[in-house]
Design a protein around this ligand. Structure first.
Ligand code: CMX
Length: 435
């Protein structure tokens, strides 16, 4: 058993009695009430999920295992010669709640390295898809194509105690995560670079190897590490994390769950917003002939978007009520590495202009920028201008968090998810509209 798996085993064994006790001895304690507007409004804010991997405070933003983003970036072991931590070390933190030593990070990197060979049939599946398929559809298809590799399915079919479910789930998670950078880079080079594929370099860490296979020079390796870490988890209720958890709750294996997670991420109200931001900014740039608009000019573009019934991409959030710290972390990177980038200047003008307009517009509960408002700027700067690819980067990151969650779901024996539906008639009766 690897060191990480051994540690996880003990953590799960220690934690499980807490969950069992809550369900058994305190199962009837009321946590929340549910209103009709929450039922009609997408279950917004109903406290009905449990996770210990991350917590999203509406004002402070995300904490991963209790650590803020600046703390994560500061405390985790860094890749030599780079500014950013190892993604492998971050995954260790998500799984165990502990900051790893360099040796522990190296162990995880070695685990990934052993498992990273992508079966050739995955590339055949991708080559067989129409060239104009969306990269997210390709990413999802590649992952579900590997479902037959699931160790969980094999062990389940052999007969396994439910206390052991987490073990083959862990195996599936590591086998899958180790392959994602190469699959993602393959999709990029196949679709946009005439199939000129770059082979992985076994000496590199996950972020470094991804940058290498994308064919983009330093400091893009640090960009990749930062992206994967920032996008990894945002507690359990967002569409991608919740989809992964929901599908896995039926004991569907990790390949089904992560493929489904990506399908949820691919919506324009969720992960696709990073592509939408760039598309929107490009529209503004085209109509300005490339010149950075003044704040007055930008205000007009924003109002035109709102008045045509569209959302301003990259702004607003279902939970957050302040500027997203993931936006702030990327902004810090831009200020250091690309302060004079024209798109960064656009995004800065938007930062000044959009929140007061959304407040005046009076609908969005959160007028501040989210993670997606800044993501595309950095990618564009380093030559990744094919913006319909951006959500794939989000997907590689989000898989880290969702895999960690699903392993723990199985470890703690979380149940099949099954909320209850009511009819409109029933709701009207509850509202007192009908007898
Ligand atoms: N521009 C215009 N209108 C907005 C808005 C924005 N950026 N954000 C919210 N609104 C509107 C909503 O569409 C909604 O209008 P209706 O009442 O007509 O339906 C109203 O304000 C209230 O919405 P809310 O409660 O503030 O926000 P929701 O929880 O319903 O939705 C989100 C959250 C992110 C989908 C929404 O803010 C949005 O559409 N933002 C733009 C798309 C985006 O950036 N998505 C990425 C989010 C981060 C991620 O998941 O990747």
């Amino acid at each position: 058993m690897s060191n990480l798996k051994e540690k996880l085993y003990h953590k799960i064994e220690e934690w499980r009695p807490r969950t069992v006790r809550l369900a058994k001895d305190y199962g009837d304690v009321v946590v929340d009430k549910v209103t009709i507007s929450q039922i009609i409004g997408g279950m917004r804010g109903i406290k009905s999920l449990t996770t210990d991997i991350s917590y999203l405070d509406p004002v402070e933003g995300i904490r991963f295992r209790g650590f803020t983003i600046p703390e994560v970036l500061e405390k985790l072991p860094k890749v030599p010669g780079g500014e950013m931590p190892y993604v492998e070390g971050f995954f260790y933190l998500l799984l165990t709640g502990e900051v790893p030593t360099t040796e522990e990070v190296n162990d995880v990197a070695e685990e990934f390295n052993k498992r990273k060979m992508v079966p050739e049939y995955v590339f055949d599946v991708l080559r067989a898809m129409p060239k104009d398929s969306h990269p997210m559809a390709m990413f999802s298809a590649a992952i579900v194509a590997m479902q037959k590799e699931s160790v969980f399915v094999q062990k389940y079919n052999e007969g396994m105690s439910k206390f052991d479910y987490w073990d083959p789930t862990y195996e599936d998670a590591l086998n899958l995560l180790a392959k994602l950078p190469q699959i993602a880079a393959f999709i990029y080079r196949h679709k946009y670079k005439d199939g000129d594929i770059i082979a992985p370099d076994p000496k590199l860490d996950m972020g470094g190897n991804f940058a290498h296979m994308m064919g983009i020079n330093k400091p893009y390796d640090d960009v990749a590490r930062l992206y994967f870490i920032l996008h990894s988890d945002h507690e359990s209720g967002n569409v991608s994390a919740h989809t992964g958890h929901l599908v896995a709750s039926a004991l569907s294996d990790m390949y089904y769950a992560i493929s489904a997670m990506l399908n949820g991420l691919a919506g324009p109200l969720h992960g696709l917003a990073n592509q939408e931001v760039l598309r929107w900014i490009q529209g503004v740039m085209d109509s300005m002939g490339g010149k950075v608009p003044s704040e007055e000019e930008m205000k007009k573009f924003v109002w035109d978007t709102l008045n045509s019934g569209q959302v301003v991409p990259g702004f607003g959030h279902a939970v957050l009520r302040k500027t997203d710290p993931r936006y702030a972390a990327q902004r810090d990177f831009c200020l250091k590495h690309l302060p004079n980038d024209p798109i960064f200047e656009y995004v800065n003008v938007l930062y000044n202009v959009v929140p007061p307009i959304l407040q005046q517009h009076g609908k969005a509960k959160n007028p501040w920028p989210n993670v997606d408002a800044q993501s595309g700027v950095i990618q564009w700067h380093y030559g990744l201008t094919e913006y319909d690819y951006y959500t794939v980067l989000f997907g590689v990151g989000r898989a880290l968090g969702v895999c960690a969650n699903i392993i723990w779901d199985r470890g703690l024996g979380y149940a099949l998810e099954r909320p209850k539906s009511l009819t409109t008639d029933m709701l009207e009766k509850v509202a007192g509209i009908q007898e």
